[in-house]
Design a protein around this ligand. Structure first.
Ligand code: SF4
Ligand SMILES: [Zn+2]
Length: 278
């Protein structure tokens, strides 16, 4: 999950060339991260931060975040640009609950909620308030994405129908997953999502990792998500970290099968696995 709303918080000062260059660099980094979903009409971050420590997030987004945030962060500062944002620790930004409007979300567009973290770390009482704000905008589509559905659903928060709940499910394989992330294991995520009753469910398989096609297809049949995103790691870290990526033909075969089964599949970055190229 990514945060681009802070692009608007980092304004060029115009005071000197160095600061302008820093601002431009920050904008470029965050612009490059906003493409996680092209259906994203805007981010809303009433909560930020995450403790899952996914290798591909810590090694790219969080690293840049810390490096550049240091230029703007001041000890004791709260609100936007706060210390906890810098450290990516889960925390609330309640000033965002006062939001009076959101960009329109026509067709398949949505507002990405907590793009800069995992919403599952929010406290129950606060989560209820976030859900209440979303229910107050019934014509706006929201996307709530998590890698910890069991933790999220244990808070028994009621989400309105304009909210799509999305779990990241890079693979079905639990073995060695803890080397990649400390989030809930894939099989636990699947089970938690299966037990959760909600009319709008999405699944995101990005960055896709080696999988067992029969298991994935069977899980999708049971979850019946209205949308499935599939894509490879896009920050150029796969080779560096030795991600267990599937071959491209396996992934295209999976997306074709899911499409043939009448699932709506959104193909994101499709490329050869890092180990397929010399
Ligand atoms: S769950 Fe999302 S926000 Fe948290 S570390 Fe992983 S990629 Fe980053
Ligand atoms: Zn903060």
């Amino acid at each position: 999950m990514r945060d681009r709303i802070i692009v608007s918080l980092i304004r060029p000062t115009g005071k000197n060339k160095l600061m302008r260059e820093r601002d431009q660099n920050m904008d470029r980094i965050l612009e490059s991260s906003k493409g996680m979903y092209k259906e994203n009409a805007g981010n809303w971050n009433p909560q930020k931060g995450c403790k899952n420590g996914c290798m591909y997030c810590v090694g790219s987004f969080q690293r840049y975040y810390r490096r550049f945030w240091r230029s703007y962060w001041k000890p004791g500062k709260t609100g936007k640009g706060c210390e906890m944002c810098r450290d990516f620790r889960p925390h609330a930004h309640p000033e965002e609950l006062a939001r009076r409007s959101f960009p329109d979300t026509p067709q398949d567009k949505f507002i990405f909620v907590v793009a800069g973290g995992d919403i599952a770390f929010a406290k129950k009482a606060y989560l209820d308030k976030v859900a209440q704000v979303m229910s107050g905008f019934p014509k706006i589509n929201f996307l709530v994405q998590t890698k910890c559905p069991r933790m999220l659903f244990s808070k028994a928060c009621s989400f309105s129908q304009n909210v799509a709940i999305d779990i990241t499910l890079e693979t079905n394989r639990d073995e060695d997953y803890d080397k990649i992330s400390s989030a809930e294991l894939p099989s636990k995520r699947f089970q938690a999502f299966l037990e959760f009753r909600h009319p709008r469910k999405f699944v995101t398989k990005e960055p896709i990792l080696k999988f067992d096609k029969d298991v994935i297809v069977s899980w999708m049949r049971r979850l019946a998500p209205s949308r499935i995103y599939v894509g490879y790691e896009s920050k150029g870290l796969a080779k560096k970290f030795g991600f267990p990526e599937p071959a491209l033909n396996e992934t295209t075969d999976l997306t074709k099968t899911l499409g043939d089964e009448c699932f709506t599949v959104y193909r994101k970055l499709m490329r050869k696995a890092w180990w397929e190229t010399p």
